[in-house]
Design a protein around this ligand. Structure first.
Ligand code: ME8
Length: 605
């Protein structure tokens, strides 16, 4: 019997580059929530997919000399592969270039037009191509996009607008009264932004890759306006599936809450449709900075899956990071969780239980001696406290391991042994159900070893079962703790046959003085240094990764050693004509400064 219906969606990703661990994290979270609801007897619709229109895609396709459609067809592949490899149990993978989406977009926009919420006017503003979003000058941080820290572009054009401003008060009172934005922090952030007058939304673009605007064929629909409608496309709006599943939960990252609450909320209000629930997770960071294609600091989850079991990666992300909070990606922590909790706690329990059980003659009977509070775990899952729910399951696994140690079944025989085995096998059966949303492959392996079909939440009770157990290979193998990436190398001794004096002389190392320090316009961690290297060449520009180590004023007028004749390079759009020498220890960078008396331009000999 179906308990109720549950619709969960992820954001649809831009296929502008390969997926990264942030995309993976969102899909795993949604997958876990979908799987848990299925275990609980709900009818589930879980959608994920790709946001395939917009200027960003158009420009990337041009660069590769492909049509935008050819480009997204190619780029969709790793996203589909990601879902397959990581066992993302979606019911629908939507791509906004599919015909079915065009129909629903047309339906919704025509409705907005008929309800008199669309008009024509001029728009001018700063546009971030990375977020495909207009910003007011006030929103910009030091003149750049607040999310991507990139230079915005100025656009002015005539186009169509959606009367979003009309919904300002309705949105404020809805957000205050209803369970709409699940995170309190995000709810307050949005309410704060709504203290300022809400502007109308530009919903069309000219000559930009997108769906045709149904009201005026000279225009295309702006990518966000159309992308949000994917949530209705995936449930066949306005047909039966829509009636079954709407409204659902939108699981998204922190950077797109405004789009999903204010833009989407007002569009839905204008169509007289119910509003969904908006659920936000945190960022996956790398060394404290958001992992993102545009910042270029990504971990490729497809590469990662060649090194670690996907269940170990899923487990690490879910167990280590508190839902709603940011978390750092760390291979060391992943390995630690794998070795301690998957190999030692779960893997060993399964292997020692199966070893004992295969020797038994079957028809194992006993009395329940172990306890688990499934309701408590279920309540944690209802509150999206996924890491605490896993901790609850692991507390049970640890208690079963302790039970084995206390009972010493290898010293027992007959009914006493049967009793312990009964408790162990029933515990394993319940564990296989409870871990299945988090580590689905492992759960399947356990249930196959027990020779039973994976059960549902209602089956998490001790009962009488006739087991025909099979031994299986170890679920997890221990892995070595990865070596730190910045491990210092022992350079070794150089003999005169390996390096010639003339080689050393080829390096033009000079004393220079920093005359000016500016932020690199396109990179968060970099400075542009203007360095005086003496009367012959005078000032040269270098790009230096010193921002995390020095304030601008600490660098100004500092004497440094410049590696002058290193081939110059363009780093994120800025020329760098050499390098400054520095000593590095434990990720701390300290510039090598020559004695004050030495002249600028002097060569290091
Ligand atoms: O925003 N950690 O696409 P997108 C966690 N197409 N989540 C992250 C992340 C990180 N480091 N980086 C990105 C878009 N995300 C639009 C969505 S929906 C109608 C349109 C999350 O590819 C991000 O917050 O830039 C978003 O929820 C999802 O990945 C897709 O990001």
């Amino acid at each position: 019997m179906v308990k109720s219906n549950f619709f969960i969606s992820t954001a649809i990703d831009y296929p502008s580059a390969k997926p990264h661990c942030g995309h993976l994290y969102e899909k795993i979270l949604a997958d876990v929530l979908a799987r848990w609801k299925r275990l609980d007897g709900f009818k589930v619709h879980f959608s994920t997919g790709l946001d395939e229109h917009g200027l960003k895609i158009q420009r990337l396709a041009e660069k590769e000399k492909k049509t935008p459609k050819e480009f997204v067809d190619k780029m969709s592949k790793p996203f589909l592969e990601l879902c397959k490899i990581y066992n993302i149990s979606y019911d629908d993978f939507i791509r906004t270039t599919q015909k079915r989406h065009e129909k629903v977009v047309k339906n919704i926009l025509t409705k907005l037009y008929k309800n008199k919420f669309i008009y024509k006017a001029y728009y001018e503003g700063q546009y971030c191509v990375e977020c495909e979003t207009f910003y007011t000058t006030k929103d910009l941080v030091e003149g750049k996009c607040p999310v991507h820290k990139k230079q915005t572009e100025f656009f002015k054009e005539e186009g169509y607008f959606f009367k979003m401003s009309y919904f300002q008060n309705k949105l404020i009172s809805y957000i205050k009264k209803k369970h709409f934005i699940v995170s309190d922090k995000k709810r307050n952030e949005i309410l704060n932004r709504l203290n300022e007058p809400l502007k109308d939304l530009s919903i069309t673009r000219k000559n930009v890759w997108g769906l045709q605007f149904p009201i005026d064929s000279k225009y295309n629909v702006a990518v966000w306006t159309e992308a949000l409608i994917n949530y209705l496309t995936t449930i066949d709006y306005p047909k039966k599936k829509f009636k079954t599943f709407w409204p659902g939960y939108h699981l998204i990252g922190p950077d797109i809450v405004w789009h999903h609450t204010i833009i989407w909320g007002s569009m839905l209000m204008a169509c007289k449709l119910k509003l969904p629930l908006v659920l936000t997770h945190g960022y996956i960071n790398l060394e404290g900075e958001k992992m993102s294609k545009s910042l270029g600091n990504i971990i490729d989850p497809l590469e990662l899956s060649k090194k670690y079991q996907t269940d170990s990666i899923r487990y690490f992300l879910l167990r280590e990071i508190q839902f709603g909070k940011d978390g750092d990606f760390s291979e060391n922590k992943l390995t630690e969780k794998h070795n301690n909790e998957l190999v030692n706690d779960l893997g060993n329990l399964v292997s020692r239980t199966l070893t004992l059980a295969v020797k038994s003659k079957g028809n194992i009977r006993g009395k329940q001696e172990l306890k688990i509070n499934v309701n408590k775990i279920d309540n944690l899952m209802q509150e999206f406290k996924i890491n605490e729910a896993i901790a609850g399951v692991w507390a049970f696994i640890k208690s079963v391991n302790k039970y084995v140690n206390d009972k010493k079944p290898w010293e027992l025989e007959g009914k006493k042994l049967d009793n312990v085995l009964y408790n162990l096998l029933e515990s394993l059966r319940i564990i296989s159900i409870l871990v299945s949303p988090f580590i689905p492959e492992t759960a399947e392996k356990i249930s196959k070893a027990l020779n039973i079909k994976l059960g549902k939440l209602k089956d998490c009770k001790f009962r009488k079962i006739n087991y025909k157990v099979k031994q299986i290979p170890h679920l997890f193998e221990k892995i070595d703790v990865p070596k730190p990436i910045n491990k210092e190398k022992n350079i070794g001794i150089i003999t005169m046959d390996k390096i010639k004096f003339s080689d050393w002389q080829k390096m033009d190392l000079r004393v220079g003085k920093i005359k000016a320090v500016k932020d690199h316009p396109n990179a968060e961690k970099l400075y542009l240094l203007l360095i005086d290297i003496g009367p012959i060449e005078q000032n040269i520009q270098l790009v230096a990764g010193l921002k995390q180590h020095y304030k601008k004023e600490e660098l100004l007028n500092k004497k440094v050693i410049v590696f002058r004749n290193l081939e110059s390079a363009v780093i994120r759009g800025e020329e760098s004509a050499g390098m400054v020498l520095a000593a590095v220890k434990d990720n701390k960078v300290v510039l090598i400064t020559p004695d004050k008396d030495i002249d600028i331009g002097a060569r290091i000999q």
